[in-house]
Write a protein that binds this ligand. Sequence first.
Ligand code: ATP
Length: 204
Amino acid sequence: MKIKRLKLSGFKSFVEPAELRIEPGLTGVVGPNGCGKSNVLEAIRWVMGESSPKSMRGSGMEDVIFAGTAARPARDFAEVSLLVERPVGEVPDEFGVASEGEVEVTRRIERGAGSAYRVNGRDVRAKDVALLFADAATGAHSPALVSQGKIAQVISAKPTERRMMLEEAAGIAGLHVRRRDAEQKLRAAEANLTRLDELLGDME
Ligand code: ATP
């Protein structure tokens, strides 16, 4: 999966709509301290489904919305869109779009209304977005997104945490989610069968 474009609006310091094209090859983000470099990386993690305000350097998820300055009022929403290109056969067609080609994932948060996700303009669940990225061996917690302090965190990680990183890199994190879902459905089916047996027993 290749990231081709990032669009931000009202996200942290990016109050005005901004568009960053990510061309093939190495992309560097440079600028003076506090200009918003880390906010770019956080926008990518956020649109991929990051749910921890702490890892977005905030105390609540609404802290990602532009908070205003002496000269500009605060915004009441933040929106980030990520245009990605999926190689042939990378992701199953679960979103009503072709299983290859360009996909635009959008996350929007409004004050007091929480987050909503869209894939190619269609409303989807947070879980769908997480799976889309997990199947492509990436996501909000991907070791490929290296933020400040991350290297020290990897060095001091517990073996189970390291294993999770390796599983994400190997692209099997999505399979764990699907397995949990399948197990839940299986338990529900077993409960239904037990209930059916009881009802049949009562009828005899
Ligand atoms: P450094 O090089 O020091 O690490 P940086 O370029 O990575 O800095 P960021 O940490 O991405 O900069 O951006 C910090 C800026 O973003 C600060 O000026 C901060 O005020 C601003 N900022 C963060 N959250 C918001 C918000 N919700 N509303 C408005 N501005 C915000």
